[in-house]
Design a protein. Sequence first.
Length: 205
Amino acid sequence: MHMASLTSPRSRQAAPGLTRGFTLLELLVTMAILAIVLAIGVPSFRYIIYSSRISNEVNALVGSLQYARGEAIKRGQSVAVCASSDGATCSGATSWVNGWLVFVDVNGSTTQDTGEPVIQVQAAYSGGDSFSTSTTPPNGSNNGMFVYNREGLLTYPGGNSVVTLKPANAGTSTNWTRCLQISRLGQLTIFTGGQTVTATNSTCQ
């Protein structure tokens, strides 16, 4: 009597001699496809990271300036935004990367005097980005402070001012640079790298 084989098809497929791996050609094709994907994806991913970070940082300053202007109108007093490194006092520096604060300039002296209340604080950025005023106002005032009067007008430093934000580790690329123009009327305009800043008729870079 003919007896059926006891070896199952699954066992025969698992035999060492029938195991199939990648060929050299398949490996090379896979590596080529991976290289193309990385070449396309990495710059796009980096753009997303930089763009998101820069937008958040610029919007934080825009938010503080809008808040200061609104408070000046509501309180009927001058309100200032100034660069700060300790969250309590104005640093007098033109760099904003260490943070800033908003305070009520009760006596309108355009300086932070004892007893004038701080109503908002922005902590320092951790990304190492460069964030500083890049132009000197017509009257040569310190760019480290902006003051709105009770009518919502920018009374200090006067004229139009520009704050430039550059991301760290971006090399010489200006793709992610942002320039924030602050007009005397309180209008805030954001320019991207390569655009012409109307206040200075210069390129945002």
